[in-house]
Design a binder for this molecule. Sequence first.
Ligand code: SF4
Ligand code: SF4
Length: 214
Amino acid sequence: MDSRECLKLLREIKDAAFATVDRWGRPQVRIIDVMLVEDETLYFVTARGKDFYSQLTAGGPAGGAVAVTALTRDFEMIRLSGTAKKLGDQKRWVDKIFEANPVMNHVYPGDSRYILEPFCIAGPEIEYFDLGCSPIRRETYAAADPSCGGPIAEKGFSIGSSCVGCGRCVEVCPQKCVEEGTPYRIRQNNCLHCGLCFESCPAGAVTRKAGPSC
Ligand code: SF4
Ligand code: SF4
């Protein structure tokens, strides 16, 4: 799996949840079609009258910030975050997107399609999470273009040098993804980020990484 394959999966799923923040700082989410994927860029459209459009084009730190997630039938979750950019040459992009998604002609027949504006999310940070295998598998791909994806949020837990090797984390870990060593080590690709090791460690050697987790 790599970032291109993850984007390809998103295109196959097509109907994904797109989350933004509104002008009052409240989270908002809706289902949006992933219309195109080319190289490491995802394309979608929205109409100028929609709140989603206003949130994507608003100024300020949250303006254009978007998180996308979708689940395959096999319980593979793709999660992506980045900045949506409105594309120039609107009619050409809308026509191209309609060509790739003919069903759109039923929703926006004729020239009504041009109420839509095309957006892309280029080089986003992507997380692949396979809950259908044992142990679970988690992979993170950094933004190809950090100016689009923003800072990389390190998630989960790590074990530091104050580890005394008691083995408590190994006992409690539901995925058995802690390995012995000095210090003990978490196999990050199999970790649920559940925090049981963090709560159970008698030495306070397990620390939460900087970013949020779920
Ligand atoms: S529970 Fe804490 S001290 Fe014990 S092995 Fe795990 S990390 Fe090390
Ligand atoms: S966070 Fe949960 S899954 Fe990950 S190593 Fe700790 S106990 Fe195991």
